[in-house]
Design a protein around this ligand. Structure first.
Ligand SMILES: *[C@@H]1O[C@H](CO)[C@@H](O)[C@H](O)[C@H]1NC(C)=O
Ligand SMILES: *[C@@H]1O[C@H](CO)[C@@H](O)[C@H](O)[C@H]1NC(C)=O
Ligand SMILES: *[C@@H]1O[C@H](CO)[C@@H](O)[C@H](O)[C@H]1NC(C)=O
Length: 427
């Protein structure tokens, strides 16, 4: 779920990130100082050291109503379990909180900060312009979350069996959130922005495998998130100077069976990133001019009656089989050719005997979660690569338990901090 593009810069930067008069870069440095300061205290250091020996992870579940993937984590003391949308398209971690001005019905109980001994409402206020701690987020689908930033303990699982505890994590306590079809508690932002979970952990690598069925899987952080082995393809992650928090890939072409449709010669063509990878968006979006070329190629192949819907120009056909549809391959730069399965690219729609293309036309290009189903997807900011490994069963992936020493992970952390620092310089 990408943050709405006009509003993200306006709101996020004005409300949250603008620290007195310092540039956004100053903010990133503040965050690092905060972390390094706390890690230099003895308690924190030994804690961090122990935690680095194991890899944190979260259980992933598919939310069939919203068609998004959720991770389980715990917040507060004593810890309360929440289910939050896994969103590589945004940064803030937020959950609905009591008291509600306007909350939607969620499956788990709504978090009550007054019952948590580690919830600190006032600690982060100095970093917001009017010291109000307020944040106001609007996402690309126009959903919103309005509340207060606070610091709180966030706990996730780890491969060592001990919990991975993150004290003083900056989270949003949402008192007014939209979501008429939602049942999850909030959103966990995982992009490169300074408030995202990965930035606050100081661990850049993540990987997940989204199953189209309600099969559980895991979101891995750190050494266990490395995606490698047979069938793995990788593509460069580009950093957009204007929006350095996005995982930006470069799509060179799309093939519909054997017909290869180059972006070259269209306004969509780029060499340094033209499409963001967003785990929080269901469908895949291509900008209109290029999108129509892909649709036309699909239309040439499919022999079935078209179905049209009001207010929705999806390419749909009256049929009960996906066999009549062409195989679609996405060609990302660096030779990463993703041969997508039929269930990645087509889906039954409205339960009325129609099957539609899941690649739709939009204002900008987003690689959504449906297209990523049945791939182990890994993000590695230190090597600036996004990797994809096709798999037939996300619930049954064995990840080599790399025994990475604390020292090498620490080295990695330093690299990541430097990387954030560089990001802050160019932004
Ligand atoms: C950093 O830690 C020291 C002692 O460990 C403490 O006195 C100081 O206030 C901390 N600074 C910040 C900015 O929290
Ligand atoms: C919640 O936020 C929306 C959007 O800003 C606003 O229209 C609405 O009045 C708010 N609701 C409450 C109860 O504050
Ligand atoms: C997982 O995969 C292995 C080997 O590929 C297979 O033997 C095993 O039965 C699978 N387990 C499940 C639960 O599907």
């Amino acid at each position: 779920m990408a943050l709405s593009f006009q509003i993200i810069t306006a709101l996020l930067f004005i409300t949250v990130v603008t620290v007195s008069s310092s540039p956004p870069g100053g903010f990133t440095m503040d965050l690092i100082h905060r972390r390094s300061n706390s890690s230099s205290s003895t308690g924190r250091r030994s804690n961090t050291y122990d935690q680095l020996r194991s890899s944190p992870y979260a259980d992933v579940i598919y939310d069939t109503t919203s068609e998004v993937y959720l991770m389980k984590l715990q917040i507060g003391t004593p810890p309360v379990e929440i289910e939050a949308l896994i969103d590589t398209g945004s940064d803030v971690i937020w959950t609905q909180c009591l008291p509600c001005l306007n909350c939607y019905d969620q499956r788990n109980p709504i978090f009550d900060p007054s019952k948590s001994s580690t919830y600190e409402a006032e600690t982060y206020c100095d970093n917001t312009p009017d010291h109000s701690c307020a944040y106001d987020l609007v996402y690309g689908d126009q959903s919103y979350s309005i509340g207060k930033l606070a610091t709180e303990t966030v706990t996730i699982k780890s491969t060592s069996g001990q919990s991975y505890v993150m004290p003083k994590t900056i989270i949003g306590c949402s008192h007014n959130s939209s979501g008429n079809v939602r049942s999850f508690s909030g959103i966990v932002g995982l992009n490169l922005g300074s408030l995202s979970l990965v930035s606050q952990m100081g661990i850049g690598e993540i990987s997940y495998c989204f199953s189209p069925e309600e099969r559980s899987s895991k979101l891995h952080f750190g050494s266990n998130a490395i995606v490698s082995g047979e069938g793995t393809v990788s593509t460069p992650m580009f950093i957009d100077k204007e929006k350095p928090w996005f995982y930006n890939l470069n799509l060179d072409a799309v093939s519909v069976e054997k017909t290869r449709i180059e972006t070259l010669g269209t306004p969509f063509h780029a060499v340094d990133g033209n499409m963001i990878v967003d785990s929080g968006t269901t469908l895949t979006y291509l900008p209109a001019s290029y999108c129509s070329l892909v649709r036309e190629a699909v239309e040439k192949v499919v022999r079935a009656e078209r179905v049209t819907y009001e207010d929705d120009d999806s390419l749909c056909y009256k049929t009960d089989t996906m066999d009549i549809f062409p195989v679609i391959t996405m060609h990302f730069s660096g030779g990463a050719d993703l041969v997508l399965g039929k269930s990645n690219t087509y889906m039954a729609f409205n339960g009325d005997g129609a099957i539609c293309l899941t690649i739709v036309c939009g204002r900008r290009a987003i690689f959504g979660n449906k297209a990523q189903n049945n791939f182990l997807v890994g993000y590695d900011p230190s090597s600036r690569l996004v990797s994809f490994k096709p798999t037939s069963d996300c619930g049954n992936i064995t990840i080599d338990d790399h025994s990475v020493s604390a020292a090498s992970l620490f080295q990695f952390n330093i690299n990541f901090v430097l990387f954030l620092f560089v990001l802050s310089l160019i932004s």
